[in-house]
Ligand binder design. Structure first.
Ligand SMILES: [Ca+2]
Ligand SMILES: [Ca+2]
Ligand SMILES: [Ca+2]
Length: 596
């Protein structure tokens, strides 16, 4: 009897395994990135986050692009059909932790609607709902076989700590050489922190000597905010760098405050353990499936080498074997070495592929030849784990910080017609889905949102918006604007992305196949690559970044005898190892080897 039961259990677990989302590898996902405040308002009662007063207190002003608009977790849960219909298998949720509602000097205020100004790292922001709402969202996603990735931050908290020397003024960065830890207010000041051997000696014993934080500035916490941070240890200036604002380079890139955001002393073992506990608990409590890590390049590698394995271990202990972690290393150019360094030195399992985004911007929005793409992929070997690891890099074409791809096209080509912009967006989408890496769709791109720029200008509402500078813009591929709700499953971009997603699920060569670059061009024109599966089946994709049709020969596997068209025209190779392709202007083709 026991043996029969055990056998049944084994059979059942096998049957479940096939459909269990937890068994999917990170490279098999299609990610949808959403800012909950801007997606859907499921509960108007929480729009002010339980606060009373005007927007400077509640943070709520649906007519201002820099304040809360009312979107929440209930709204997101109610729209899961829409997200799943697009083909997404995982949702990357913008940070949902409790934020300082409003920050900024007089006249410069804006709200924490984006989630990156955390005060309570243990609670859901009341503007987004309750812990129960988050449970309901995660459970509903899991029930559909979808994963949830949380966006996390360990570099900084909200801007709470101030410096006496520069209240309401800029606080320039004060370096460790000019303002050593062991003198108050500069090298000629009185001796403090005797026995502190510097932040390179990352032991509790050493940091016990760092008790006076007045070496560079005189930090203080305004009394009204003395206990605003949770867990409580975060309220002490002891656990911050207190050296003034980052200048985004050199030492200040690691030790400086992000425009006043309190920069954590991530060398201090208390801080390391504190964040292991904080984010480990989110894994345990919600059994989420991964983390996107904000501002990864502004935290020291030793922190990551302790934090990341601890998170993976916590996830494994919770029965989440394929927990994924990818860092945000915001790169300004096609700089694979910089990204790869964070996988080798910091040991990030993966990083957002900013180099891919920049390369697509240069070649599809801009006027560079497709050699830029070829070079990008040649550098895949630089990542820890080499080219196979590059299959897991989340790829994207635009985002909430540097703007949507449609806007990048409009900026690079102000003369381009709406149709041309739409075609270029579709071409970029096809590259994201057919080339190596995990596609990340930025919410609203599938509705033809473009925006007028970076940051707040690229964070439009999916529900009917009241922001004039959003609503003044026609959407690509539709006669709608953001003044009405846009959850249109018939939008040409939604349909294109859903089609691409379905090919990615149908042909394992796309998420997992080895990529071989087949053709490139020094001017805008042809780019082609084969994706080759474990069984040797070849899937050929080719793109035309020029505005003229291209007919060209592309090398393929010598054994490939014929192709089935997945998109566009796919003739059979007319000589072993060579096929003649024709690709329309700004078009693409996808062909899978037919073995009948
Ligand atoms: Ca709401
Ligand atoms: Ca930092
Ligand atoms: Ca501050």
């Amino acid at each position: 009897m026991r043996r029969i039961l055990a056998g049944l259990a084994f059979f059942t677990s096998l049957a479940n395994a096939a459909s269990d989302y937890r068994d999917r590898l990170p490279e098999d996902e299609i990610v949808y990135f959403v800012l909950p405040d801007r997606f859907e308002n499921g509960d108007p009662a929480n729009d002010r986050g339980g606060l009373q007063g005007d927007r400077l207190t509640t943070g709520f002003d649906p007519a201002h692009k820099g304040f809360y608009h009312g979107g929440d977790l209930k709204g997101l849960t109610a729209r899961l059909d829409y997200i799943q219909g697009l083909g997404a298998t995982a949702i990357w949720l913008g940070p949902i932790y409790k934020n300082k509602p409003v920050q900024g000097g007089p006249g410069e205020e804006s709200a924490g609607y984006h989630g990156y100004w955390i005060t309570d790292f243990t609670a859901v922001d009341p503007h987004f709902g309750t812990a129960g709402d988050l449970h309901a969202f995660v459970d509903a996603a899991h029930k559909r076989g979808m994963k949830v990735y949380l966006d996390i931050i360990t570099n900084h908290t909200a801007d709470v700590i101030q410096y006496r020397e520069c209240v309401n003024a800029a606080c320039p960065y004060r370096s460790r050489a000019d303002y050593p830890y062991t003198r108050r207010g500069g090298p000629s000041g009185p001796s403090i922190n005797e026995g502190f051997a510097g932040d390179d000696l990352r032991t509790a014993q050493n940091f016990a000597h760092l008790t006076d934080m007045t070496f560079a500035y005189t930090p203080f916490v305004p009394p009204a905010e003395a206990n605003v941070k949770v867990p409580a240890w975060l309220n002490s200036p002891l656990y911050y760098h207190n050296r003034g604002n980052s200048e985004w380079w050199g030492e200040s890139s690691l030790f400086g405050d992000f425009v006043g955001l309190d920069d954590l002393a991530t060398e201090n073992p208390r801080v390391v353990q504190g964040f292991i506990d904080i984010y480990g608990d989110w894994i345990s409590e919600y059994r989420i499936d991964g983390f996107r890590i904000d501002t990864a390049r502004h935290v020291n590698p030793e922190f990551w080498r302790a934090f990341i394995p601890a998170m993976l271990q916590r996830a494994r202990a919770k029965g989440i074997p394929n927990f994924h972690i990818f860092g945000e290393v915001a790169a300004e150019s096609v700089d694979v070495a910089q990204l790869a360094r964070h996988t080798r030195v910091d040991k990030f399992p993966s990083v957002l592929d900013f180099a891919f985004a920049r390369a697509v911007e240069e070649t599809v929005a801009g006027k560079s030849g497709t050699t830029v793409l070829a070079r990008l992929f040649q550098d895949d070997g630089l990542y820890e784990g080499g080219a196979p690891a590059a299959l897991r890099l989340p790829t994207f074409t635009g985002n909430h910080d540097f703007g949507r791809f449609a806007w990048l096209v409009q900026r690079a080509r102000p003369e381009a017609s709406g149709d041309e912009v739409l075609q270029r967006v579709m071409l970029a989408n096809s590259m994201m889905f057919f080339l190596r890496g995990v596609p990340v769709i930025y919410y609203g791109d599938e509705q033809g949102f473009a925006g007028h720029g970076v940051d707040q200008d690229s964070r439009q509402d999916m529900f009917a918006s009241q922001v004039a500078s959003y609503n003044d813009q026609g959407l690509l591929g539709s006669s709608s604007t953001t003044a009405s709700a846009n959850f249109n499953a018939l939008h040409p971009l939604y349909k294109q992305l859903a089609g691409l997603a379905s090919l990615r699920k149908q042909y394992v060569e796309l998420p997992r196949g080895r990529q071989v670059v087949r053709a490139q061009s020094r001017e805008p024109g042809l780019f082609a690559a084969s994706r080759i599966g474990n069984d040797g089946r070849e899937l050929l994709v080719a793109f035309n970044t020029s505005t003229s049709p291209i007919t060209a020969r592309v090398q393929v596997e010598a054994g490939t005898r014929g192709f089935k068209a997945l998109f566009g025209a796919c003739p059979a190779p007319d000589a072993p190892g060579s096929v003649k392709l024709t690709i329309p202007p700004l078009g693409y083709v996808a062909c899978v080897e037919s073995r009948e």
